[in-house]
Design a protein around this ligand. Structure first.
Ligand code: BGC
Length: 763
């Protein structure tokens, strides 16, 4: 039912001394930046050019066409499927056999079982086998935190939650499990990961990003892509990096509205994650639905061809986002007709159109080629790219994978990986007088809008587009209330809801009086895209009122914010004793939270975004000096955040010592080896994300106060130490200058880890 509404860096290495506990048992390779992967070998190139030479224009243009599933199911409209869901044989034959379309996407508005997916895709591939060259379809799905449109699948934390772990291994594992379970659903292609930078806290897709930092975007994105794609084979899927380029910072904060991004900023902040993903071997790319500086990206030859192909060297194929060629004339008004829109976008570099409902695209593109408005060479280029990916995925040999070959689907083993990630997703931001962890016998009242729903744990793209059916499909998983009632001495009272229907503050307050501690769960319900647009990030009045009334009881309050973007709660922050933020930790999020609250596990998440304190004061962590000038009454600006990027507490304490740079002078092609010792000085084993920031002290482009250039996550037993090593190289010191060149300007820099810092010179 979706969218009826819309019609190298510094490398971290851990060296353990004798006192160290073992580091996470992970292959090192998936998470390190590598030289560019070669996407297609000579054999695939040869097969594709032979095939393309045999194809008719109709077949080629069909390959470039992607329909949504609703367009070929029973029901009166192409916009939604009838219930119960069934493919319509006539529509299937029309789209696939007659129009020879190359791709289908999406669900019929609800998740399908593996059996239903297998049957659906088998039928579609059987139709494709009747086309002249028997070219298999490529089915695509938004498997963005596990294969979230298949029932009983393993759902992981969403990307912002994964970023909060500061542990690349979780991004990788989420990709591996998701790929396996997607193939178990007979699907070979996922529209993930999102590589836009989450630098606008109000944007309703912030949680789909890896947060606001360039280096995290580069490294987590590449790790997830390696997880999805592995070394190929039938346990892997094609990744789709999206949304290229600059989608995440609309000026208004509302989804799919205009952005202003000067080319210098575009190159410095938005290109690197895509560059790293391309180098990691990403096979496909989805285009940004928005317009930047007045040019819709779907019409930008500069972005889609010159930059993407010429400079970044991308060899896979580029698919539009939903209906976006049509939007060039209906919404953006840069052309008058559908036909002109198709011409502009295909000539700009679009390879496949997510049409997604009508087949007119095919007819009009054929006309354009026959009229000489789109060159046959452009069509051949697009089709070749699509076919290469189909070969690479093994679709010609095995167009449908069988769920029976995937016995680990939905297994305990996969659930454990998701929970391990969820444990590191939660960020403990306040723990007054070490209230936490609690004893099991503590009498807890669990209350609040997010306390008893799977929606606030999973977010959008969970079972359906808006995640609105999560309570039905994840009924066997624990909400926060359920986890605490199972694991401890807890009682649940709703208190407030997200839609205001079930509010009863008095009941919650009465129950609080009979408890020792209140676990107040607030935040957001699930949403994505334009339905998630909001005018304000301020916490709703009723939620604030509940917190204030609870505070009057004198009971200690642990605030748990389950949310996709930072809900501003400055009014109640002083009233609460502890704060946990969980950016959509997934189906095992509540179990993880209970382990953290009871001290079965130790919190280790850190914020991947700044957490704003004021509704009109959004500043990213790598602000400019002028954003935070403390000169009273004179040019002063006030950078006042509730919490900062990188904040996050533990139940133990970590001491940083011996920050060492092996040289204090670096040449342009040289490097500096950095080491720092971290010691667990507390009583509990814990994990610590160690972050290296660099500050350029003077530069021709006003320098950022600091920028993250490397990070690693280590595990330390009480009393143990580890030496963490980083490498600073030219890339760590580079920025894009006024002439759009990436440079590292000679001068003085500071390297900071924890509270330690050392200066050095670049010559
Ligand atoms: C979203 C994409 C998604 C696509 C297919 C679009 O509306 O912007 O992120 O992959 O739909 O569902």
């Amino acid at each position: 039912m979706k969218k009826l509404l819309l019609c190298f860096s510094a490398i971290a290495v851990i060296a353990c001394n004798k006192t160290a506990t073992s580091s996470p048992s992970t292959p090192a390779s998936p998470v390190q930046s590598n030289p560019k992967v070669q996407l297609f070998d000579a054999e695939i190139d040869g097969k594709v050019s032979a095939l393309v030479s045999k194809m008719s224009l109709e077949e080629k243009v069909g390959q470039m066409t992607q329909l949504t599933l609703d367009a070929i199911t029973t029901g009166d409209s192409p916009y939604s499927s009838a219930s119960p869901y069934a493919l319509d044989p006539k529509k299937v034959a029309h789209a696939i056999e007659k129009y020879k379309i190359g791709s289908v996407l999406n669900t019929p508005g609800h998740p399908l079982s593996r059996k239903e997916w297998f049957e659906t895709i088998t039928t579609l591939q059987e139709a494709a086998a009747k086309t002249p060259n028997k070219i298999p379809l490529i089915y695509g799905i938004d498997a963005i935190h596990g294969v979230n449109y298949t029932t009983e699948s393993t759902l992981f934390p969403q990307q912002l939650g994964v970023a909060s772990t500061f542990n690349k291994q979780h991004a990788y594992e989420s990709g591996v499990v998701s790929a396996y379970e997607t193939r178990a659903s007979a699907i070979p292609w996922t529209f993930s990961p999102v590589l836009g930078l989450g630098r606008s806290p109000i944007w309703p897709r912030l949680w789909e990003t890896f947060g606001e930092d360039v280096h995290i975007g580069e490294t987590m994105g590449a790790a997830m892509i390696k997880g999805f794609q592995g070394d190929g084979g039938l346990n892997s899927v094609a990744a789709c990096m999206k949304h290229y380029l600059g989608y995440s910072v609309p000026l208004s904060g509302k989804d799919r509205t205009g952005a202003w991004i000067p080319e210098r900023e575009l190159r410095q902040y938005f290109v690197p994650a895509f560059k790293a993903a391309i180098d990691a071997g990403a096979l496909t790319l989805m285009i940004n639905s928005g317009d930047i500086n007045g040019t819709p990206v779907h019409a930008s030859k500069f972005m889609l061809t010159d930059l993407l192909r010429g400079e970044l060297g991308f060899e896979g194929f580029a698919v539009t986002d939903w209906n976006d060629i049509n939007y060039l004339y209906t919404k953006y008004k840069i052309v008058k007709t559908k036909k002109e829109a198709i011409k502009v976008s295909i000539n700009a570099g679009v390879d496949m159109s997510m049409v997604p409902h009508q087949l007119e695209f095919v007819d009009l593109l054929i006309e354009l080629v026959n009229e000489g408005e789109v060159k046959m060479s452009r069509i051949d280029e697009a089709v070749s790219r699509i076919l290469k990916v189909k070969y690479k995925l093994g679709l010609f040999d095995k167009p449908v994978t069988d769920p029976k070959d995937y016995p680990d689907f939905g297994s305990e083993k996969f659930a454990a990986k998701s929970k391990a990630a969820a444990l590191e997703t939660f960020v403990l931001l306040k723990n007054k007088k070490n209230l936490l962890p609690l004893k099991k016998e503590t009498k807890i009242l669990v209350t609040g809008a997010s306390a008893n729903t799977m929606r606030s744990l999973n977010g959008g793209w969970s079972y359906n587009w808006q995640g609105s059916e999560a309570d039905k499909y994840a009924a066997d998983k624990n909400t926060v209330a359920e986890a605490f009632m199972k694991n401890g001495n807890a009682k649940f009272v709703q208190g407030v809801t997200f839609d205001g229907t079930g509010d009863n503050i008095a009941k919650s307050v009465a129950a609080a009086r009979n408890s020792d501690v209140v676990l107040l769960c607030l935040g957001e319900t699930s949403y994505t895209e334009t339905p998630g647009n909001t005018h304000s990030l301020l916490m709703p009045n009723k939620h604030v009122e509940l917190a204030k009334e609870l505070a009057k009881t004198g009971k200690k309050i642990i605030l748990v914010l389950l949310e996709g973007r930072p809900v501003i709660f400055n009014e109640i922050e002083p009233l609460v004793d502890a704060v946990f933020v969980g950016f959509l930790p997934g189906n095992y999020g509540a179990d993880a939270l209970s382990d953290l609250v009871y001290g079965v596990a130790n919190p280790s998440g850190k914020l991947p975004v700044n957490y704003p304190k004021h509704p009109h004061s959004f500043v990213n962590y790598n602000y400019k000096i002028s954003d935070n000038l403390q000169l009273p009454n004179y040019y002063s600006s006030d950078y006042d955040q509730q919490y900062e990027f990188g904040d996050g507490l533990s139940y133990t304490t970590f001491a940083y010592s011996d920050l060492k740079l092996d040289t204090k002078e670096m040449t342009q092609d040289g490097k500096i080896n950095v080491s720092v010792t971290v010691t667990n000085t507390g009583k509990m084993a814990g994990k610590e994300a160690v972050l290296l920031y660099i500050s350029d002290l003077y530069a021709t482009i006003t320098p950022e106060i600091k920028a993250l250039k490397a990070y690693d996550k280590i595990t330390l037993a009480p009393g143990a130490s580890k030496t963490v090593k980083f490498v600073i190289n030219k890339k760590s010191l580079s920025f894009v200058n006024a002439n759009l060149k990436t440079v590292a300007e000679p001068g003085e820099f500071t390297a900071t880890v924890g509270l330690l810092s050392e200066n050095f010179i670049l010559k």
